[in-house]
Design a protein around this ligand. Structure first.
Ligand SMILES: [Fe+2]
Length: 214
């Protein structure tokens, strides 16, 4: 299952434990003014890092130690005896995916191929953004808002806590973290302002298109 070259020190995304905190795809201040370097520093350097560190401790010596991250997530979902492993594995994956869902100077118009699919599924780009935003705002407590593919159908879904579309038979295309740690230093309780700013100015449409395999 672990197809990593054992002589190589670099980990591939499919590699098994020990998992490494992936590098941020941009500088800590690159998402300002929408997300401050202060928020990103804590979010990546403390929260994301802790999930990865905890996961490595939890899987050491278990059946999960040789599994790729995605397989740990799907294997532990819904198992009460493995809830801590699921939570930390899924949060590690979700955060890596979130960083790639954002892009300095992102937002704006999606590429034509994605825009057509969005318009076919949601009516218009504006209607889509409104629906994505209200879904993210309506997640009670901590969680995630996702654009995902179910078969060939675009879906907007929300998950609580560490929840993942991977366990729902869906392919993730984009995500927005709506845990308070993602926005509280910059927006306090104004989650809608954070979500709308991310959709308008940071969302990485090209990443969604890549994930669609197009
Ligand atoms: Fe987070």
């Amino acid at each position: 299952m672990n197809n990593m070259d054992p002589k190589s020190s670099s980990m591939t995304p499919a590699a098994a434990a020990p998992f490494e905190l992936p590098e941020l795809p941009y500088a800590a201040n690159a998402l300002e003014p929408v997300i401050s370097a202060n928020t990103l520093g804590f979010h990546y350097g403390k929260h994301h890092k802790t999930y990865v560190d905890n996961l490595n401790k939890l899987v050491a010596g278990t059946q999960y130690a040789d599994m790729p991250l995605e397989q740990i997530i799907t294997s532990t979902a819904g198992k009460t005896e493995a809830v801590a492993i699921f939570n930390n594995a899924s949060q590690a994956w979700n955060h890596s995916f979130y960083w790639k869902s954002l892009l300095p100077k992102g937002g704006g118009e999606p590429p034509a191929a994605l825009k057509q699919k969005i318009e076919a599924a949601f009516g218009s780009l504006d209607a889509f953004k409104k629906e994505f935003s209200s879904l993210a705002v309506s997640q009670f407590g901590s969680g995630w808002a996702w654009l995902a593919l179910e078969g060939s159908q675009l879906k907007l879904v929300k998950t609580a806590n560490a929840g993942s579309p991977l366990t729902m038979g869906m392919k993730a295309l984009l995500t927005i973290d709506v845990w308070e740690h993602a926005y509280y230093l910059d927006y306090q309780n104004r989650r809608a302002d954070y979500v709308n700013a991310v959709l308008d100015k940071l969302i990485n449409w090209e990443f969604a298109l890549q994930n669609m395999g197009e």
